[in-house]
Design a protein around this ligand. Structure first.
Ligand code: GTP
Ligand code: MG
Length: 202
């Protein structure tokens, strides 16, 4: 699938303010600075569509982008950024969890993980939370360009075995890089297939 059009629609501070036309929606979530906004720009071939920054905590609110007039990408604020106040972090968490549980047209979440790091406690906790709450997700490793292929494979193996200590099977795993544009086809094909299966049951 190719993205033909991508436009910013609105920022919402809570789920009830999100667009209500019931189009399938895909949310990008993960720690601050993991590369959510960069990945959205790479997928849509629009450099400045989602705002990126070297400083964590750039994305706030729930940001909707309409793609090809038929589905949404949602850029969410990152979690786990220590430098925002505790109160603000709590507020972000509340917004995100409320959105993930209550958003009926949420087709899937792309849960982003920095491929360079060992499994981090708050990422693992977040994955557990998604599983326990029945939120469908794809594990999406980012910044693959920063590793050699052997380092990348090693880190993926470590992550998978960590997850298999807790789960019987693994979710879909996609490796990406916004700079070398790895993973674009795989994500867009996954979205196209998911949209088609949603259409077929309507
Ligand atoms: P918040 O909105 O703060 O939660 O961050 P985010 O997850 O949206 O991250 P963002 O896309 O703003 O990227 C953070 C930093 O990582 C920026 O400096 C990006 O240029 C860099 N970055 C993102 N993706 C990649 C990647 O695939 N490869 C490399 N080398 N750098 C990346
Ligand atoms: Mg962002």
């Amino acid at each position: 699938m190719q993205v033909k059009s991508a436009e910013f629609v609105k920022s919402s501070s809570e789920t009830s303010q999100c667009p209500n036309d019931n189009l399938p929606e895909y949310a990008f979530i993960g720690r601050s600075n993991v590369g959510k906004s960069s990945l959205i720009n790479m997928l849509t071939d629009r450099k400045g569509l989602a705002k990126t920054s070297g400083t964590p905590g750039k994305t706030q609110l729930i940001n909707h982008f309409i793609i090809d007039d038929s589905w949404y990408i949602v850029d969410l604020p990152g979690y786990g950024y220590a430098k925002v106040s505790k109160k603000l972090r709590k507020e972000f968490n509340k917004i995100i969890t409320n959105y993930l549980i209550n958003r009926e047209n949420l087709a899937c979440v792309f849960m982003l993980i920095d491929a360079r790091h060992e499994p981090l406690k708050n990422d693992l906790e977040f994955i557990t939370w998604l599983g326990e709450n029945g939120v469908p997700f794809v594990l999406t490793f980012t910044k693959a360009d920063k590793l050699s292929s052997s380092e990348l494979n090693k880190n993926l193996m470590v992550y998978k075995s960590k997850l298999l200590q807790q789960w019987e099977s693994l979710p879909l795993i996609i490796t990406t890089s916004s700079t070398s544009r790895i993973g674009k086809e795989e994500i867009l094909n996954f979205v196209a297939n998911t949209n088609a299966s949603i259409d077929s049951i309507k």
